[in-house]
Ligand binder design. Structure first.
Ligand SMILES: [Zn+2]
Length: 90
């Protein structure tokens, strides 16, 4: 797996987690209407998912920082500096 692909996957998981939390904490959802066990459980699940997202952001930082190619392999596309060898944004 290339670093660029690993970063794409972490972004995909981060987006999935964000959508999952949004659904869990939707104030209009039936499980958020009353102060009962379902509401407490969804809050706990959202908290656990956010912790997972924090870990994913840390992994992504490590992946981005892992480009060891020389500067001659770096280029700029639409204002974003990236590495032509591993195809990650710098
Ligand atoms: Zn690189």
């Amino acid at each position: 797996m290339t670093i660029g692909r690993a970063i794409q996957l972490t972004d995909w998981f981060l987006e999935r987690n964000m959508q999952f939390c949004k659904g869990l904490l939707n104030p209009n959802a039936s499980w958020r209407q009353e102060n009962d066990l379902a509401k407490k459980m969804t809050s706990l699940l959202a908290e656990m998912t956010e912790r997972e997202s924090e870990l994913l952001r840390e992994i992504k930082k490590e992946l981005i920082g892992s480009c060891r190619h020389s500067k001659r392999m770096h280029d700029i596309c639409e204002g974003q500096k990236y590495c032509m060898a591993c195809n990650i944004d710098l």
